[in-house]
Design a binder for this molecule. Structure first.
Ligand code: SAH
Length: 476
């Protein structure tokens, strides 16, 4: 039998499912594991509303198009590395880890290193989509079998002989999947549904027939599921989830809103805390003292330059810095400010970062690392291992990038915050919500409410309330 001390030294890994998006669909067991985690290694599909509740070191390994990501092998090694350091690690994945979640590969690596682990199931997207769109997956006399399939890769699309089919990973292959289904003999009149962002505040459901869907141009945006089968006849437009009124809350106490009626979407309306501003001012005022500037993603670039201007500096003050970027989006963002990165990294594994930096002699240097308020431990380790002194600089709040993307979708959103000071504005056209919240904030400047507080709770028919903290207006 293994001695207790051996186990303790090696740490412990939970491979856990986070569910499809609604933070309340996290299991109690996953929540308990997350509360005790030293390190949380999480995926793209895990929402910030879940992640933000826990205090462990958070490492993002997702495949979001705006940030760099690492390949599965590198992720596996990263999980093992922390566990071998004696840490309690939660590997948190969207939905269920064993449904198209590559959980199987991750435990292979843990077995190889003899690291103890357990697996915590999650609510898979199909179950979330089914419940939140009122489309039962099985139904007496209509559907007595259901199959979970994948639309990716296209050359491996399968059409099992089940009454209800649920396809994952279809955002770019809906048409190929539909072709395969028709080829297998299902009539074009068969019912089809696409559920996008299932269980999230911006869930969208489209229903029709296979034929109609085939004639549509772009049919789905990720994350989305395709459901096929006559059980879709149960769907109603005005289903229980769509009837909920949505409130986007800054720091509001969610308990104020009854969950029967309201869907509270958390949206921190601050950029960085006051404490960080002192640090920001200090780093940016002396930015030419840093021989290396390392941008881990495009948001780091964007917000760093916002502050650079705010503190009366410009690109000329960076003339002596060696500027590095991680991932193509960061390098592209940098070019908007007239700068070509000295070192534009696009590594497949973290170890390649170290190799590239070494080649460029970027060792034993003072490195300024702008990023979110959550320091990327992954990167810090790689940079520090080369003898660099790394100074992390928080230029935006974690999760903001996700919110920024989501807001684009939320054309019928209502906004509110109950925490003073707030500005109240009505935005006529909620359709015009381009990147982030630029539009409403400009409006806020013109029409700042003298009352400062929201006079009443938002109701259906109210256009939009936007909350801002006056001293730290976001995206302005
Ligand atoms: N392990 C996950 C699936 C990961 S594969 C699970 O059990 O749910 C990624 C695919 O899951 C996406 O391409 C999409 O098809 C589906 N998916 C995940 N979350 C979703 C959501 N909230 N709404 C719709 N589809 C989702």
């Amino acid at each position: 039998m293994k001695k207790q001390s051996d186990t303790a030294k090696k740490g412990y890994v939970y491979i856990a499912g986070a569910g499809p998006g609604d933070p309340e669909l996290l299991t109690l067991r996953a929540e308990r594991a997350l509360k005790g985690a030293d390190v949380i290694i999480y995926d793209d599909l895990v929402t910030s509303a879940i992640i933000d509740q826990f205090s462990g070191l958070k490492i993002y390994t997702g495949k979001r198009k705006d940030s760099h990501h690492f390949e599965q092998d590198a992720i596996n090694e990263e999980i093992a590395r922390h566990a071998l350091e004696g840490k309690t690690v939660v590997r948190l994945k969207g939905g269920d880890p064993f449904v198209f979640g590559r959980g199987g590969e991750e435990i292979d690596v843990l077995r190889k290193y003899k690291i103890d682990y357990e697996i915590i199931p999650g609510i898979t997207a199909a179950h979330g989509a089914s419940a939140y769109s009122e489309i039962p997956l099985t139904m007496r006399k209509v559907s007595s079998s259901v199959a979970f399939c994948t639309g990716h890769p296209v050359n491996k699309i399968q059409v099992p002989d089940a009454d209800t089919l649920v396809y994952y990973m279809v955002a770019s292959s809906v048409h190929e999947v539909l072709d395969a289904i028709v080829k297998k003999g299902r009539p074009e009149e068969t019912k089809a549904a696409i559920v996008q962002n299932a269980t999230r505040y911006n869930q969208r459901v489209w229903t029709g027939t296979i034929g109609e869907l085939r004639r549509k141009e772009r049919a789905a945006y990720s994350p989305a599921l395709l459901i096929i089968g006559e059980n879709i006849n149960q769907f109603i437009e005005n289903n229980w989830f769509s009837r909920k009124k949505k409130v986007l809350s800054g720091d509001a106490d969610p308990k104020r809103y009854s969950s029967r009626e309201w869907l509270v979407v958390n949206f921190p309306c601050r950029r960085v805390e006051e404490a960080d501003r002192a640090m920001l001012q200090q780093c940016i005022s002396n930015v030419s003292d840093y021989p290396v500037l390392f941008f881990p993603n495009r948001f780091a670039v964007k917000y760093f330059f916002t502050y650079l201007m705010e503190f009366n500096r410009d690109v000329r003050h960076l003339a002596n810095c060696t500027i590095c970027t991680l991932g193509r989006p960061a390098a592209t963002e940098l070019q908007k400010y007239g700068i070509i990165a000295d070192l534009a990294l696009e590594p497949d594994s973290p170890s390649e970062i170290a190799i590239a930096l070494k080649e460029r002699n970027l060792t034993g240097k003072k490195v300024l690392l702008p990023g979110s308020n959550l320091v990327d431990g992954y990167l810090m380790n790689e940079l520090s291992a080369l003898g660099n002194t790394v100074i992390p600089l928080s230029v935006y709040l974690h999760g903001q990038q996700e919110q920024e993307e989501n807001v684009v979708w939320s054309s019928s959103m209502k906004f509110s915050s109950l925490r003073p000071p707030v500005s109240k504005i009505s935005v006529r056209s909620t359709e015009r919500f381009p990147r982030g919240l630029r539009l409403p904030l400009q409006t806020a400047k013109q029409k700042r409410s003298t009352a400062g507080y929201l006079a009443k709770e938002p109701e259906a028919g109210d256009e939009c309330f936007m909350a801002t903290e006056q001293r730290s207006v976001m995206f302005s």
